[in-house]
Design a protein around this ligand. Structure first.
Ligand SMILES: CC(C)(COP(=O)(O)OP(=O)(O)OC[C@H]1O[C@@H](n2cnc3c(N)ncnc32)[C@H](O)[C@@H]1O)[C@@H](O)C(=O)NCCC(=O)NCCS
Ligand SMILES: Nc1ncnc2c1ncn2[C@@H]1O[C@H](COP(=O)(O)OP(=O)(O)OP(=O)(O)O)[C@@H](O)[C@H]1O
Length: 214
């Protein structure tokens, strides 16, 4: 018999380079399922299929890269300078991401897992807070975020700033979060703060009575 209750759903979000994926990895190592919406999003444009074809139909063959899928750098230059184009790309990508996420949630529910976390970069931008029992936001200094993305992904400052301009501000994130993780020190501090924030979020929801989450 499948379990009758769905897993508790937590949202994890934050701006580019804030440390979301690092927190997601810490929570995964603590034994929880974290669904990576950015990874699902990348697959839509990096794997040949109807997502790639829908993007080419909307934006043109010049956005097809050498491997037949989407040239991400060219697409980034377009959509982070043009909100209408960005909206169209989001409609193409996010509907397919939602389908993939729903499939992962079904797997979590059938396995009887008590918790799923969505690592979801655009949770606040898309106004999706109501879908979550609680929303946890990762914050870091703007300059640290820019420096880390430039250093670790070989992108330039202009690229990072164009994406920041397409995302909500930190004040808006603070206003709408249930809980904050300040990624303002080293990795050890981030680990401690992430585990503390998760326990506190679950505690506030009364979820720690579930022995599987202790
Ligand atoms: C434009 C694309 C091709 C650029 O690819 P690129 O490899 O340069 O960037 P990547 O996907 O790794 O994202 C870089 C950063 O931008 C953020 N970001 C991505 N899309 C958006 C968006 N529409 N609005 C604001 N921030 C975004 C990501 O969360 C990440 O922090 C890609 O970002 C994309 O397909 N975006 C649209 C889909 C989307 O909204 N995905 C994010 C949520 S699931
Ligand atoms: N406290 C820290 N000290 C040093 N480096 C860090 C720290 N936190 C994160 N980083 C590094 O900064 C970079 C950005 O972090 P991460 O990938 O977790 O951010 P993100 O919010 O998931 O970014 P994006 O939305 O762009 O995917 C990574 O290379 C990560 O290893």
């Amino acid at each position: 018999m499948p379990p009758s209750t769905s897993p508790l759903r937590l949202g994890l979000t934050g701006g580019i380079g804030s440390g979301k994926s690092t927190v997601a990895e810490i929570w995964r190592r603590a034994g929880h399922r974290v669904i990576d919406l950015d990874a699902h999003s990348r697959r839509v444009l990096d794997v040949p299929g109807d997502g790639v074809e829908a993007a080419v139909a909307r934006f043109g063959e010049e956005f097809r890269g050498s491997g037949g899928t989407i040239d991400r750098a060219a697409m980034a230059r377009l959509v982070f300078a043009d909100p209408a184009a960005r909206g169209d790309l989001e409609r193409i990508v996010l509907t397919r991401v939602d389908t993939a996420v729903a499939e992962e949630e079904v797997a979590a529910a059938s396995a009887g897992e008590p918790l799923v976390v969505h690592d979801s970069p655009l949770l606040l931008e898309k106004g999706r807070e109501a879908e979550y029992a609680a929303v946890v936001v990762v914050l870091a200094r703007r300059e640290d975020r820019i420096e880390r993305v430039v250093r670790d992904r070989g992108r330039d400052r202009g690229y990072v700033e164009s994406i920041m301009a397409a995302q909500v501000t930190d004040l808006e994130r603070i206003r709408r979060a249930d809980r904050l993780i300040l990624n303002t020190a080293g990795r050890d501090a981030l680990e401690r703060r992430s585990l503390h924030a998760l326990a506190a979020a679950l505690g506030a929801l009364g979820a720690l009575e579930d022995s599987a989450l202790r």
